[in-house]
Design a protein around this ligand. Structure first.
Ligand SMILES: Nc1ncnc2c1ncn2[C@@H]1O[C@H](COP(=O)(O)OP(=O)(O)OP(=O)(O)O)[C@@H](O)[C@H]1O
Ligand SMILES: [Mg+2]
Length: 270
């Protein structure tokens, strides 16, 4: 894992409903609570991350869609959230069209990267929430990021499709973005009363070895209620198990980065 100043983390899994957006929102809020400056960029036309953070994306101020095609306009599309350290670039349903509009363009994989370069170094973490597909917008997010985080739902088919996702990651790394590291997988919607959840957890830890985060996100109703209030769980019920789990995930993540940085700066012993 590279330890650079600005971490751009892409949350991707082509499977729908595995907790990408919930993780983007609540990990971002937790990092913000730790006084890290964070930007969430909603790369999904469903715009769930935008609404979940209380941003109405039709205010005319701009969105990720405009920013893709006029990269210098991305700064107009940055909205504040309820949390001091957390800002959002929202999405709109227009973004569906971007896939087709990008297809014939030269360098079509790098539009998002170029837009993000106009944001500057003000944010320590930029989280990119992807749609449930491996289409061109997701590939743009993979090319703009330096770390891939894969949310996996604790259910029977959790690992189905993972080989495809990992192949895409390897191809992007080889041909388009050699700077993309694999940050790891985070298990979501864990139900400790369900034997299957435990089985999936063990299987995933086996498959990904050290790349699975220790922190596991439990199934927690507060996490699913909070978005309808336009709030991260932290602002809705800060004592809930869901909030606490995402705070733990954020500290595990910052610890990993701090450790990586230490390793990179320590002199190599003979
Ligand atoms: N830990 C959790 N406990 C309870 N409900 C959860 C949890 N995580 C996510 N959910 C709920 O599960 C549904 C899917 O989650 P989410 O929207 O985060 O997944 P997603 O991968 O972003 O979906 P999509 O692929 O459609 O973008 C949502 O209704 C969300 O509120
Ligand atoms: Mg989503």
């Amino acid at each position: 894992m590279m330890a650079t100043m600005q971490q751009i983390i892409v949350l991707a899994n082509q499977k729908g409903g595995v907790g990408k957006t919930t993780t983007a929102i609540n990990l971002a809020a937790s990092l913000a609570a730790m006084e890290k400056r964070v930007l969430v960029v909603d790369c999904d036309p469903q715009a769930n991350a935008s609404s979940g953070l209380g941003i109405a994306s039709d205010t005319g101020k701009g969105s990720i869609y405009e920013a893709l095609f006029s990269p210098e306009r991305i700064t107009d599309a940055i909205y504040p959230s309820q949390l001091d350290y957390l800002d959002v670039v929202p999405s709109t349903p227009d973004l569906v069209g971007a896939e087709l509009e990008l297809v014939d363009r030269i360098g079509r994989e790098f539009y998002l990267r170029e837009a993000l370069q106009n944001i500057g170094q003000g944010y320590e973490y930029i989280l990119l929430d992807c749609p449930p597909s491996l289409g061109l917008v997701t590939v743009n997010a993979l090319c703009a990021a330096n770390a891939l985080l894969v949310p996996l739902q604790c259910e029977y088919y959790a690992l189905e499709g993972i080989a495809h996702l990992m192949r895409t990651y390897e191809l992007v790394r080889k041909r388009l973005n050699p700077g993309l590291d694999f940050l790891g997988v985070v298990l979501t919607m864990f139900d400790r009363r369900n034997r299957l959840s435990t089985q999936v957890r063990n299987e995933v830890r086996n498959y990904f070895a050290g790349k699975a985060f220790e922190t596991i996100i439990p199934r927690n109703v507060r996490l699913s209620e909070a978005p309808s209030y336009g709030k991260p769980a932290l602002c809705y019920d800060h004592r809930s198990k869901g909030t606490q789990a995402y705070l733990a995930l954020a500290s595990e993540l910052t610890r990993r980065y701090a450790d990586a940085e230490k390793q990179n700066t320590e002199p190599v012993s003979a």
